[in-house]
Design a protein around this ligand. Structure first.
Ligand SMILES: Nc1nc2c(ncn2[C@@H]2O[C@H](COP(=O)(O)OP(=O)(O)O)[C@@H](O)[C@H]2O)c(=O)[nH]1
Ligand SMILES: [Mg+2]
Length: 199
């Protein structure tokens, strides 16, 4: 049976000083623009159009908090990867993203979404490197898996693992998802549940 969750838009922030000040944990989602982040937020919460709040003009550069089951925040971060120019790894990401991800104490766990159809992308690898260097807890979600066969998906995931293993001893938790089919929902929600219950 599908898990029902209660989700409600809480607030949009343009700097980290504006994020909610309570003790609830933030579980955040980020990825390149068009990776399927809004679709995943809607699929996980079971509320079509919830993430649309963040799509209204002018709101796409904001941090959006949704309160889930009155017990944790699902955080929809701005997409990255618009800028063509890249200097340092950090320079590729906007200040609001680096401030939130690297400095915000509420930020408890971050899911980095990657398109399952693509080879590991430089910008995602740079972002992951930034997370690793700063000891930020994160996992990967492969999106749009309905567009691949199981064999293709296995190949994508193992390519990613191989690429990350070149640099890291420990691999992050990985999930595969399709917002179209609803796959990955229970695994991701169960993982979050564990995350928010750790003392
Ligand atoms: N086939 C398929 N298409 C998807 C899936 N998730 C997102 N999309 C499509 O990818 C595009 C971008 O999705 P969106 O959620 O707006 O991406 P965002 O920019 O990361 O928020 C839209 O056309 C979606 O319909 C998925 O799981 N399967
Ligand atoms: Mg979106």
């Amino acid at each position: 049976m599908a898990i029902t969750i209660k989700a409600k838009f809480k607030c949009s922030s343009e700097r980290i000083s504006q994020v909610p000040k309570d003790n609830l944990r933030d579980i955040a989602f980020i990825g390149r623009s068009n990776v399927g982040k809004s679709s995943l937020v809607n699929m996980l919460t079971g509320i079509k159009g919830l993430a649309k709040v963040s799509c209204t003009p002018g709101k796409t550069k904001l941090i959006n908090h949704f309160i889930i089951n009155d017990s944790w925040y699902l955080v929809d971060l701005p997409g990255y990867g618009y800028a063509r120019v890249s200097k340092t790894a950090r320079g590729e990401f906007s200040k609001i993203i680096t401030d939130y991800v690297l400095k915000c104490e509420k930020m408890y766990f971050l899911f980095v979404l990657v398109d399952s159809r693509l080879e590991p992308q430089k910008i995602d690898l740079n972002f992951i490197e930034l997370l690793g260097q700063n000891g930020i807890p994160f996992g990967l979600i492969f999106t749009k898996t309905d567009k691949l066969s199981q064999a293709q998906l296995n190949r994508s995931v193992s390519t990613y693992k191989k690429t990350l293993a070149e640099q890291w001893e420990e691999l992050p938790p990985m999930f595969t998802s399709s917002s179209e089919k609803g796959t990955g929902r229970e695994e991701i929600l169960a993982f979050i549940e564990e995350c928010i219950n750790i003392e």
